[in-house]
Design a protein around this ligand. Sequence first.
Ligand SMILES: C[S@@+](CC[C@H](N)C(=O)[O-])C[C@H]1O[C@@H](n2cnc3c(N)ncnc32)[C@H](O)[C@@H]1O
Length: 287
Amino acid sequence: MIQPSLVNQLSAGTSAAVLPGLSAPFGEVDFAAFQKRVELSTRILLSEYKSDQMRRRIATLAEKSGCKSFVEYARIIEQDSTALSAFLDRMTINVTELMRNPDRFDELAKFALPELMARRKGTPISVWSAGCSYGAEAYTVAMLLHELDPTVQHKVKGTDLDLAILAKADRPTFTPADMLNVSPARRETHFHELCGSYQPKMHLKSRVRFSQHDLLAHPYPNAEYDLVLCRNVVIYFTDDAKDRIYRGLFQSLKPGGILFVGGTERIADHRGIGFESLRPFFYRKPL
Ligand SMILES: C[S@@+](CC[C@H](N)C(=O)[O-])C[C@H]1O[C@@H](n2cnc3c(N)ncnc32)[C@H](O)[C@@H]1O
């Protein structure tokens, strides 16, 4: 919970540099204090997010809650756990679906996975879905791996900052909207349909595990994964934060391992980190 002193700190701040379109009290000084205390109490590192975007998002939330300033919004979050959850939901943005950007996942299945599997010669490959939300990405990779070789028990780890969303990932139930890009044949093979929702079958569930990991704060494993997916997670982060995350993911890949990023993402200085660019959205750690 955000401590009561937050309100006092914010009240003491003077508003400055108001963003265009935002009313006066949503100022920089107020926001700086708000950000600091939110970091302390929720461990969400707001300072690593692009600040104008973040301020706008929080100001919109505050206005929706009927607040006229960050000060007032802090008070609401402090007193109302539902408002705090809404705030955390908005900050972590859990939007996902199976086969998100299907053409990219087709490329993954056609060129990246066969290459990685060939290198492991019939032993399991290990995959990390970093920033996995409620698991659609992890289950997508498990499905593609099963289709390529059902006899090998490949391992897919999904991690996220958000414990509530990980609890959902552990009891996966996908909606028809989550499944839009999954063909009827695949639905039939890999999912049980139950009253209009879809649950992965045991051959997928047995390959997938979830745990908490904060890409901004936790250590990165060394050379553990053949494939890392980090898609639609870093878009809101500053360039510095992105750089640290991509360096961490590089460290986590085995030599020859592949990093798969989101459909609007590219690594600004991939060579500086050590990556080779394989094709758009796919990077390799050299052997
Ligand atoms: C938009 S979802 C992306 C889900 C999936 N990768 C996809 O592309 O469909 C972004 C996820 O990143 C998570 N996230 C945000 N900041 C994070 C951090 N610092 N460490 C780990 N996960 C984070 C959010 O909780 C959210 O579930």
